[in-house]
Ligand binder design. Structure first.
Ligand SMILES: CC(C)(COP(=O)(O)OP(=O)(O)OC[C@H]1O[C@@H](n2cnc3c(N)ncnc32)[C@H](O)[C@@H]1OP(=O)(O)O)[C@@H](O)C(=O)NCCC(=O)NCCS
Length: 164
């Protein structure tokens, strides 16, 4: 990965702009307490990224982080800036993840999702993800209930630029 601090800054700003709307949630999402250094450490620790960049301005419209664990591609922090939503950016990133999963010999793709956010569930269901489990995590003294959504491969495809 080329310039990790500069790349981390772009990822940090894009993710923060996207998750800003959850700022009044109790507790707020981990994406909002992440610092740029956390993003940098995530990348140095093995997370990879896909970026969706606007061709005219060079601005990052969306980003997602991912890594392969035991034959499964796990992704997190899927984020699209508010001004570029409902234009297929997240869909393009998901298709990019499917390409990466296939290239890495994965049999499935999974992510955590707040089951109460129907827009996010709708996005994943559109790609064939199904609800496969639930997880409880502790954040800031609160227990957060997350759903796990999984796509078994062999059911979808596409591609987008890598941010490295
Ligand atoms: C969720 C998010 C990534 C969607 O990004 P996006 O680029 O707008 O999504 P797309 O344009 O690719 O939409 C694909 C599908 O998702 C669903 N969807 C997306 N936004 C929706 C909305 N506001 N209401 C209902 N369905 C929605 C629809 O099924 C949509 O297909 P359609 O446009 O053909 O109806 C974006 O809203 C975001 O960054 N939200 C804040 C961060 C977040 O919640 N990330 C997800 C973490 S699990």
């Amino acid at each position: 990965m080329s310039d990790i601090p500069a790349l981390s800054n772009r990822i940090y700003r894009t993710t923060r702009a996207a998750f800003y709307e959850y700022g009044s949630d109790v507790p707020p999402p981990g994406a909002l307490s992440d610092t740029q250094l956390d993003v940098e450490q995530d990348l140095r620790g093995g997370s990879q990224i896909l970026l969706a960049v606007l061709s005219e301005s060079g601005r990052v419209a969306g980003v997602v982080r991912w890594r392969v664990q035991k034959g499964q591609l796990r992704f997190h922090r899927l984020a699209v800036i508010p001004s570029e939503r409902r234009k297929g950016v997240a869909s393009a990133l998901l298709r990019g993840l499917i390409d990466e999963a296939n290239a890495n010999g994965c049999t499935s793709i999974a992510c955590d999702v707040r089951l109460g956010v129907s827009r996010n569930v709708a996005l994943y269901e559109k790609f064939g993800f199904v609800h496969t489990g639930e997880r409880m995590i502790t954040r800031g003294g609160f227990t957060v209930h997350l759903g796990v959504m999984t796509l078994s491969l062999g059911s979808a495809t596409m591609g987008i630029g890598k941010g490295k």
